[in-house]
Design a binder for this molecule. Structure first.
Ligand SMILES: Nc1ncnc2c1ncn2[C@@H]1O[C@H](COP(=O)(O)OP(=O)(O)OP(=O)(O)O)[C@@H](O)[C@H]1O
Ligand SMILES: O=P(O)(O)OC[C@H]1O[C@](O)(CO)[C@@H](O)[C@@H]1O
Ligand SMILES: [Mg+2]
Length: 538
């Protein structure tokens, strides 16, 4: 059951002061939040530090039972707010934000974010329409919940690699140090299991100075190994009070579970996520860091495929790009290149034989141009392949291990033309790991910097259980459940996919039913934007 607490108040902030302070004494006790938090733990049932996991008075509740913190306003306005440490520790002292004395920031016109600022998820509105969902705007708050020398932060990177990981690590370290004077920052090595099974390293602005020039993550990463109790034991034992998790949907789910356990134990620990996914499959946010770098790097493989194909009789260049469930890299790389004749993605089923099928299209293109380029996302055509081959199982995090669509497609195309007694020259290029391992490009570096600084401001202000993200060009704090309840997918009923179809002139491969299903899915997504509480669950 999706339960939620909704109050009819303006957006509230645990720090109600809107402007730069003149001379504010520190520390002071803040008032309890004005909104009702029915959803939060009843602290009489779960005294601080006890191990009772009971949220609903019955059996041990799943740790990730995050529930919405909703504030509604006029004209269908809904704020999907993020948790705050003061929700379950109401009497914490606050301190003036050290940024107010920082010469670099003193010329900024509006120094601190207004506590009532929120960012709308639905940017296109109709006159008289509902204002829909909003998120709390990211940025520095006038008062913070941690003193500089009290902070003991840690950073962990989980899941697959992505350009920009090192930049985010660098900028969290430098942001904490330069803006907030924090010096205790631990790097957890090797992903989640590193909390309890590996060494840690001390991170300083000096030792992270040039890491953004390198691909990968200096901390290492892994899949699987999320043992919540051991992780939170380690956090508690080491005295860590800010946890920064850089990772994809799985990692953000893991961060959500850590947050729930931290809250259940009543610890003053901010748990914050920075969404990482080369596939761009995280919903709500405009795009994930590293995605642009990946699209740019994919051009090199597509160019090579084009050169190879154009230099041979009936040349076919086939390029496989990453995209387990979402074909954004293939989609954008195709649109950017204009050398691609056909792009295949997981969201759009295709077939090989018969009228309107891939083979007929290849025959047509070879006849017209003498060569062609096909880009295929790794998750495309998996159903089709599974009919031919047997499934390969799951990785350590429970993600499906995919069958190699590139090899399979190469074999099928070769067999088809051999049967038709036509000579073709097919060159298959798989640049996937080469793309994933590059350092981020210049624009991603700037993007990573802003994300890292925004997440630091949020944690220092006492927000927790949130992911930072850019929504309609503005940075905001988004509750974990919002970005893990579904995946971002290429919408094949959207104008952007139509642009691709019109640029490649490939068949759409879709049946009437496929189109109807896609439209129904889009409608469901549009309704969610209208402020209906998300149907999130553990
Ligand atoms: N539901 C979950 N609860 C707790 N931990 C999880 C959950 N799902 C995944 N994790 C943990 O998160 C980490 C990363 O997950 P995963 O391997 O799926 O990568 P990801 O973060 O989704 O990144 P990407 O898919 O972009 O490579 C793993 O250590 C995994 O154990
Ligand atoms: O081989 P690994 O490291 O498990 O990662 C492969 C997967 O990671 C991703 O890049 C997501 O991070 C997917 O596109 C791909 O399927
Ligand atoms: Mg994932």
């Amino acid at each position: 059951m999706a339960s939620s607490s909704r109050t009819d108040a303006a957006a509230t902030d645990p720090d109600p002061a809107p402007t730069r302070p003149t001379d504010t004494p520190a520390p002071i006790a803040v008032p309890s939040p004005r909104y009702l938090l029915h959803h939060l733990l009843d602290r009489r049932d779960t005294p601080r530090g006890t191990a009772s996991p009971v949220m609903d008075g019955t059996a041990a509740a799943p740790a990730a039972k995050a529930e919405a913190k909703l504030v509604s306003g006029e004209a269908g306005y809904v704020l999907e707010d993020v948790p705050h440490v003061s929700d379950y520790l109401p009497d914490l002292p606050t301190y003036p934000n050290p940024l107010q004395d920082n010469p670099a920031y003193s010329v900024v016109k509006q120094y601190f974010v207004d506590p009532d600022d929120t960012v709308c998820q639905k940017i296109v509105v109709h006159k008289g329409g509902s204002r829909g969902n909003h998120f709390r705007r990211a940025g520095p708050r006038q008062r913070v919940y941690f003193e500089s020398d009290e902070v003991h932060a840690c950073i962990v990177t989980c899941g697959g690699l992505c350009p920009g990981l090192n930049t985010v690590i660098r900028e969290i370290v430098c942001g904490l140090s330069d803006m907030y004077g924090v010096s205790k920052i631990l790097g957890i090595q090797g992903g989640y299991r590193g909390f309890y099974a590996r060494n840690t390293i001390n991170l300083t602005p000096k030792n992270v100075n040039d890491i953004h020039k390198r691909g990968g993550t200096i901390l290492g990463s892994s899949r699987g190994g999320h043992d919540t109790t051991k992780i939170v034991d380690s956090i508690q034992y080491r005295g860590i009070n800010q946890v920064y998790v850089i990772g994809g949907d799985g990692s953000q789910r893991g961060a959500g579970v850590i947050f729930e356990e931290v809250r259940r134990r009543g610890l003053k620990v901010a748990v914050a996520g920075i969404p990482k996914t080369i596939d761009n499959d995280i919903p709500v946010i405009d795009k994930s860091f590293g995605f642009d770098s990946a699209v740019e790097e994919a051009q090199r493989a597509i160019n090579a495929a084009h050169v190879e194909a154009g230099s041979a009789e009936n040349g076919i260049g086939l390029v496989k790009l990453m995209g387990r469930y979402s074909g954004f890299i293939a989609h954008y790389a195709t649109l950017a290149s204009r050398d691609v004749d056909c792009c295949l993605i997981p969201e759009s089923p295709f077939y090989l034989e018969g009228e309107g099928g891939l083979f007929k299209f290849i025959e047509k293109r070879l006849k017209e141009n003498g060569h062609m380029v096909i880009v295929v996302a790794e998750g495309a055509g998996q159903k089709l392949i599974a009919e031919n081959m047997k499934q390969m199982g799951q990785d350590a995090s429970g993600n499906a291990l995919l069958l190699d669509v590139g090899l399979w497609l190469s074999q099928k195309i070769n067999e088809h033309f051999k049967k038709n007694k036509t000579t073709i020259n097919l060159k298959y290029i798989d640049p996937t790991y080469m793309i994933r391992a590059i350092p981020s490009n210049a624009s991603d570096n700037v993007y990573c910097t802003l994300l890292a600084h925004s997440v630091v401001h949020g944690a220092m202000a006492g927000y927790t259980g949130f992911t930072v993200g850019q929504v309609n060009g503005r940075h905001c704090y988004i509750p974990f459940y919002k970005i893990t309840e579904k995946q971002n997918k290429v919408s094949i009923t959207d104008r952007m996919w139509a642009r691709l179809l019109s640029s490649t002139n490939q068949p759409s491969f879709l049946s009437k039913q496929d189109v109807e299903d896609a439209k129904a899915e889009d409608e469901r997504a549009a309704k969610l934007l209208d402020g209906s509480p998300s149907n999130h669950k553990a």
